[in-house]
Write a protein that binds this ligand. Structure first.
Ligand code: NAD
Length: 433
C-alpha cells in the first residue's frame, strides 16, 4: 500500500506522539519526509530518536525554508505541532497554499483574525484541516457522547462544567510561552479549547454568545511573598530559593527536559523554567465563562490552575434527565516520564438520573495510554486511511477548531470589554462550514 508523505513542523515535546506513531504502529501508513523547526538542536534530537527506532533520518528546514521544503520533499500532509500556539495559523495557511492538507495540534489558532484567515484560505484552496482533539477519544468522554446521542437525557438545556488544573500541571503554563496572551490566547484558548470543543461536540451545537470574568490572584508576586519566596530569581536554574520552592523545576536533573530544552537553549533562548511568580504573566489563573448555544442550551464553565487535585466535573441537564461525570487525572509535566493526563481509574464516575427516576451509577469505560487512552485512538484517526467510520464523529476539522477557539477568544474579549461577545461578530462572515 502506498504510504502518505508527511512533513512535520515543530519538534518539541508534543511532536513525540506523532513521531512515535509514524515510527511504530503507523509506519506502514505514513512516510515522514521532512521536519521544520526554528531550533536546529531540537530537530537533531528528533532525527536521533528516529534513528534509535530504526527509521531513516529526514532533511531539516528552518521556518523561512518551509516552501522550499514542500517543493523538495513533496509532502501530501503537514503536521503542525509548533509552539507557541500563535505560530500554528501561519503554517496551516502556508501548507494549504503550497497544496498540502494539514493536521494541526490544538488550539487551531489564538485570535479571531488568524481564524478568519485559516477559514478563508481553506475555502479558497479546498484543502483539509484536521484538528487533533485527543480529549474526545478518552473512553468515558466518548461514553457520555454515546449516551447523549442515544437520547438518554433528551434535548440538552444546560451544561455545568468545571475543570481544575493542579499546582503541578497548572503551574507549568505560567513558566513559559503560554503565560503571555499573545502566544497562547491565555488558558481560555490554549487549555479551554479542549473543553469548549468537548461541549460543542457533546451538545452537537455551536456557541452563539459568551460572557466571562477572569482574574490572576495565585501565580503572583504576592503568593511568592506569602510562601517566603520573595527573593526568587527569574528562572529556576539559578534560583536561590529553589530548594524551598514547591514550584521549582530542575531542568538539569531530568534527562528528557535537559535534552529537549536546556541543551538547545543557546540556539533560541527558549527558557523552559521561568519563575511562576513573574510580573510579565498576563494570562488569568481563574476564569468563569457563561455561554449560550444556537439552539438555546446554556453553558457555565469554570477553569482554575492552582487546585490541590486535577480533574473535572461536568453535568448535563436535559429534557429527560441528568448526566453527571466526574474524573480525577494523574498530573504530569511534559517529559518527566509520566503519562500525560491519564485518568485515575478508581476516581472516575458517571451518574445517570432519568426523568422521574432514581440515580443510576454507570460503569465508566477505561483505556490506557496518553490522555486517558485517547492518544492511541487519535493516532489511528490521523494516520490509518482505513480507520473505521465513527458514529461519534470524533475526527475533528476546521469548523470544530474554529468554534472551540472562538469561545475562548470571545471570553477574553469579554474580560477586556466587560460586555458579552457574539461569535458571529468574531467570524465576520468567514466561511466556517
Ligand atoms: N493535545 C494535547 O493534549 C497537547 C499537549 C501538549 C501540547 N499540545 C500542543 O502542541 C503544541 C506544541 O507544544 P509543546 O509542549 O511540544 O511545545 P514546545 O515548546 O515543547 O515545542 C514547540 C516547538 O516549536 C518550535 N517552534 C517555535 N517557534 C517556531 C516557529 N516559528 N516555527 C517552527 N517551529 C517553531 C520550538 O522550537 C519547539 O521545538 C502546542 O500548540 C500545544 O498547545 C497539545
Amino acid at each position: 500500500m502506498a504510504r502518505t508523505r508527511y512533513a512535520h513542523v515543530g519538534t518539541g515535546m508534543r511532536s513525540n506522539m506523532y513521531r512515535g506513531a509514524m515510527s511504530d504502529n503507523h509506519k506502514h501508513h505514513a512516510e515522514l519526509v521532512a521536519i521544520c523547526d526554528k531550533n536546529p538542536a531540537r530537530m537533531e534530537l528528533y532525527n536521533k530518536h528516529l534513528a534509535e527506532s530504526g527509521m531513516p533520518t529526514v532533511p531539516t528546514y528552518a521556518p523561512e525554508q518551509f516552501e522550499q521544503m514542500v517543493v523538495e520533499t513533496r509532502p501530501e500532509r503537514v503536521i503542525v505541532t509548533s509552539g507557541p500556539d500563535a505560530t500554528h495559523s501561519e503554517y496551516i495557511c502556508r501548507a494549504m497554499e503550497a497544496g498540502c492538507d494539514v493536521i494541526t495540534e490544538k488550539p487551531m489558532t489564538v485570535d479571531a483574525g488568524s481564524c478568519r484567515r485559516i477559514l478563508e484560505t481553506r475555502a479558497r484552496t479546498g484543502r483539509q484541516v484536521q484538528v487533533t482533539f485527543n480529549y474526545r477519544y478518552a473512553p468515558p468522554r466518548s461514553q457520555i457522547k454515546e449516551m447523549i446521542l442515544d437520547g438518554a437525557i433528551g434535548d440538552i438545556l444546560s451544561v455545568n462544567f468545571t475543570w481544575l488544573l493542579d499546582t503541578r500541571h497548572g503551574a507549568d503554563y505560567f513558566r513559559r510561552w503560554h503565560r503571555r496572551r499573545e502566544n497562547s490566547g491565555s488558558l481560555l484558548v490554549h487549555k479551554a479549547t479542549h473543553h469548549f470543543d468537548l461541549v460543542n461536540w457533546w451538545v452537537d451545537d455551536w456557541p452563539e454568545e459568551v460572557f466571562c470574568h477572569g482574574s490572576l490572584k495565585y501565580y503572583t508576586p504576592a503568593t511568592a511573598e506569602r510562601l517566603g519566596l520573595s527573593d526568587h530569581a527569574d528562572r529556576c536554574l539559578d534560583c536561590p530559593v529553589m530548594d524551598r520552592c514547591p514550584f521549582a523545576m530542575n531542568l538539569a536533573e531530568n534527562e528528557w527536559l535537559k535534552k529537549m530544552y536546556l541543551d538547545p537553549e543557546p540556539q533560541d533562548g527558549y527558557q523552559r523554567d521561568k519563575c511562576v511568580f513573574a510580573d510579565e504573566i498576563d494570562i488569568w489563573d481563574t476564569m468563569s465563562v457563561t455561554a449560550r448555544y444556537q439552539r438555546g442550551a446554556l453553558l457555565t464553565y469554570q477553569l482554575h490552575a492552582y487546585s490541590p487535585w486535577e480533574g473535572y466535573h461536568v453535568a448535563f441537564n436535559g429534557t429527560r434527565g441528568r448526566i453527571e461525570h466526574h474524573a480525577c487525572e494523574n498530573t504530569y509535566i511534559s517529559g518527566d516520564g509520566t503519562v500525560p493526563g491519564e485518568l485515575e481509574k478508581h476516581n472516575v464516575s458517571i451518574t445517570y438520573t432519568p426523568e422521574f427516576a432514581k440515580p443510576q451509577s454507570i460503569e465508566p469505560r477505561t483505556g490506557s495510554g496518553g490522555h486517558g487512552g485517547g492518544d492511541p485512538l487519535l493516532q489511528a484517526d490521523i494516520f490509518d486511511p482505513d480507520a473505521p467510520s465513527d458514529r461519534l464523529r470524533r475526527k475533528a476539522f476546521h469548523t470544530d477548531g474554529a468554534y472551540s477557539i472562538l469561545v475562548g477568544v470571545a471570553a477574553y474579549t469579554s474580560i477586556d470589554t466587560g460586555q458579552p461577545v457574539t461569535i458571529a461578530d468574531l467570524l465576520g462572515g468567514a466561511p466556517i462550514e
